[in-house]
Structures are given as structure tokens and as C-alpha cells.
Design a binder for this molecule. Structure first.
Ligand SMILES: O=P(O)(O)OC[C@H]1O[C@H](O[C@H]2O[C@H](CO)[C@@H](O)[C@H](O)[C@H]2O)[C@H](O)[C@@H](O)[C@@H]1O
Length: 382
């Protein structure tokens, strides 16, 4: 199949604006899980006109998205290291009325979880590890690793990351978890004999020799992604601070360390490369442009796939909890919210519209939440 064609331009697909309407509180509780649907035809066809240059309108919308792609500090510290209340603090507290802290709402969460099996889904960057300038150094702390290891002893736990699966496994380094890399396009999950495998799913073994299911719905894009990665490395090499990361089924172009006056040049380089690949699209992360295949697959679909693989879909006594900080995590929050399946928890130190139910400020609070889950499980009489 020729995935490269000159008739269409790349799809500039950011997530659709999130609906401002919130479900009423009571809909936190009734659960009915629809059966997951895995379409054999995952390819999306979104034809667009080809444009020669990154035109001004598109350039400014790319730039706006680039500028708003990382939260600002919500508070400052005075010379005594006291937190000084600022307008942004007030805005954050107001926002938290809509997205309450998962720590202060812990009792509400665990009350609802009584008699249920919690399944935990965790994003990596910005959730388990703090955001740092160099993506190669986004290590999680020893304490965080211990907290994740403990929580995984009590609850089925999966990491769903935009990184390549190998890379995120390298950072986390725990064997008792399931891993989905490339925004869910590379899943290594458990084998369940009773279920039918979708196309593109193969049986394999993990590093410990355990039988696993490997699902790579974008496998045919591999040569294209490699080609685009090389082109992007080449075209951005003169831009000081730009960094291109190969995430196997997608490519990240980082501009966190690029002078803001050169962000437009980064956008132009990315545009110039991917305009020749109508089967690739662009999305925005935290100071990163992400190039990925146009397929009907995202972190939300990965979450559904993993629940199915774990034998946890269509059960009223299952409570999935997904913790993430990025726009790509919204797809998973949406699956949980719209299906009334479970709780999305947004990690953010700044107010933003989300499909999550709860919030946590930063990875430190994520760690406290994980520890609280373990303590609750240890002490609860179910
Ligand atoms: O889905 P995630 O696990 O959150 O991965 C999303 C992207 O995370 C990484 O980039 C982000 O974190 C870096 C390290 O803190 C930071 O330098 C960068 O600015 C952030 O965008 C990762 O490098 C990307 O490849 C992932 O797609």
C-alpha cells in the first residue's frame, strides 16, 4: 500500500476543543461499560489541500499552540521561601472546584472503589517524572519507582506513554507492569486465551520470557517514520536547541530549548517535511511537536485495549483510574468519562480544561496518591 501520495497535505490534527460541559456529579457513579470495538480498518482518511508554505493563519495557530503548550508557575516564593499568593493561585483554586484534588477527594474515590477492582493507567513524562529540559534525562525518582512498584503489586498497572515502549521501559524498569509506547501504538499486554486477537496483534514473550500480546496497529508506518525522523533531524540541525526524538511509531520535535523567536522556524521545518506525507499528522504536546500516523488509535483506544486484554472490560466491579498530564491523555480521560467507566486524573499546576474528573498538582502529588492507594488497599476490609 502506498502511504505516500502528493494529493493531500498533512493533517494538522489537534484534539478537538474539550466540551465545557461537565457531567453532573451523580454520573460519577453509575457504571455500564460498552464492549470495546476494534475496527480492523484503523486508517483514517482525512484529505486536505496541499499548500506550498506554512501560511500565516496556520503558522500563527501553530505558534499559539506552541506558546501555550506548557503550564506556567502558579505561585512564587518570597525570600523566606514562603509561598506567596498570586492571582494565578486564585485562578488555580477556582479551577480546583471543577477538578478537585484526588488527594483531598481520596475518601470519595475509595468509597466508590469499595468492592471494585482498581486498574491503574499512568502516563510517564510530567506524571511519574518531572518535566526537564533534556528528554533523555527525564528519570523518575527512586521513591517514585518504589511507589509504582508497590501499587502494581495490588492493582493491575500499565504505563501509557508517548515515548517508544523500550525507552519508557528503560526509565521505569519494573517488570510487573504493562507498557504501551508511541501514544498507545505499541502495546505489550497480557495474553488472555479466551479473547480474540485483533489484526496486527501477535503473541510474543517479554524480557522475562513470559507470554505476552504485542499490538502494533501502525506497524506499516515504521519505514515512513524512520524516513521522516531522518529528514527532521537534518532539517532542524541548524536550529539551536531543537531536538528530534524517534519514538518508533511517532516522532517528537522538541523546542523547549529553542529561543522563542525561532519557534516559527521549527514549525516551518516540521511543516515542510510532513507536507509530503498525507498519512502523517501533527499534534502538540508540552513544548513538543509530535508527528504520528493518521490512524484511528490513541491513548484512549490503548486503555480500552488493555482493559480488554486484562479481562477487565464490561465489568461493573472494575474501576479504571488514568493519571496523565498531557493533551494526548485527554483521549483516555474521554473514554473513561463518556463511558462512565472510571476516573481521569489530570496532573497540572495550571488551570486547563480537561475531561478528567480530578487533579493532582505535580508528580510529587501523584506519588502521594499512589502511596495512599496502597495504604488504603492494605488496611481496607473488603
Ligand atoms: O506520554 P508521555 O509519557 O507524557 O510522553 C509525552 C512526551 O514526553 C516527553 O517530552 C516531554 O517531557 C520531556 C522531559 O521532561 C520534556 O523535555 C519535553 O519538553 C516534554 O514535551 C518525550 O520526550 C516525548 O517524546 C513524549 O512524546
Amino acid at each position: 500500500m502506498d502511504l505516500k501520495s502528493n494529493h493531500t497535505a498533512p493533517v494538522l490534527a489537534d484534539p478537538a476543543p474539550i466540551s465545557k460541559s461537565r457531567l453532573v456529579a451523580s454520573s460519577l457513579f453509575p457504571y455500564s461499560s460498552p464492549a470495546p470495538v476494534f475496527s480492523p480498518n484503523l486508517l483514517l482518511t482525512v484529505p486536505r489541500k496541499k499548500t506550498g508554505i506554512l501560511d500565516d493563519v496556520r503558522a500563527s495557530s501553530w505558534l499559539d499552540a506552541m506558546k501555550s503548550s506548557s503550564p506556567r508557575q502558579t505561585s512564587t516564593r518570597d525570600y523566606n521561601h514562603e509561598i506567596v499568593s498570586t492571582d494565578t493561585d486564585v485562578a488555580y483554586r477556582t479551577w480546583m472546584v471543577k477538578y478537585p484534588s484526588a488527594l483531598s477527594s481520596f475518601e470519595q474515590i475509595t468509597n466508590f472503589a469499595k468492592g471494585k477492582r482498581i486498574a491503574l493507567f499512568l502516563d510517564y513524562d510530567g506524571t511519574l517524572s518531572p518535566i526537564v529540559d533534556n528528554p533523555d534525562f527525564a528519570f523518575m525518582s527512586i521513591d517514585m519507582r518504589a511507589a509504582v512498584a508497590k501499587v502494581a503489586k495490588y492493582f493491575p498497572t500499565a504505563i501509557i506513554s508517548g515515548r517508544s515502549r523500550d525507552k519508557v521501559y528503560g526509565f521505569v524498569g519494573l517488570t510487573d507492569l504493562y507498557y504501551a509506547g508511541s501514544h498507545g501504538m505499541d502495546i505489550m499486554g497480557p495474553v488472555r486465551e479466551s479473547s480474540d486477537d485483533p489484526p496486527n496483534c501477535i503473541r510474543s514473550t517479554d524480557k522475562q520470557g513470559k507470554g505476552v500480546k504485542l499490538f502494533q496497529p501502525a506497524s506499516e508506518f515504521l519505514p515512513m517514520i524512520d524516513e521522516v525522523f531522518n529528514s527532521l533531524v537534518n532539517s532542524t540541525k541548524e536550529i539551536k536547541g531543537a531536538k528530534v526524538e524517534n519514538n518508533k511509531f511517532c516522532v517528537s520535535v522538541h523546542y523547549r530549548n529553542v529561543d522563542e523567536k525561532n519557534w516559527k522556524t521549527v514549525a516551518q521545518c516540521v511543516h515542510d517535511v510532513i507536507r509530503n506525507y498525507p498519512r502523517l499528522r501533527l499534534s502538540h504536546g508540552r513544548k513538543v511537536l509530535e508527528v504520528r500516523p493518521v490512524i484511528n488509535w490513541d491513548k484512549g483506544k490503548a486503555l480500552t485495549f488493555l482493559l480488554e486484554s486484562l479481562g477487565l472490560s464490561n465489568h461493573d466491579d472494575v474501576l479504571p483510574i488514568y493519571v496523565g498530564d498531557d493533551r494526548t491523555d485527554e483521549d483516555a480521560f474521554k473514554v473513561l468519562r463518556e463511558g462512565n467507566l472510571g476516573y481521569g486524573i489530570l496532573v497540572s499546576s495550571a488551570p486547563k480544561e480537561s475531561n478528567a474528573f480530578f487533579s493532582l498538582r505535580d508528580p510529587q502529588e501523584v506519588m502521594e496518591f499512589l502511596k495512599s492507594l496502597v495504604n488504603w488497599k492494605k488496611t481496607s476490609v473488603l
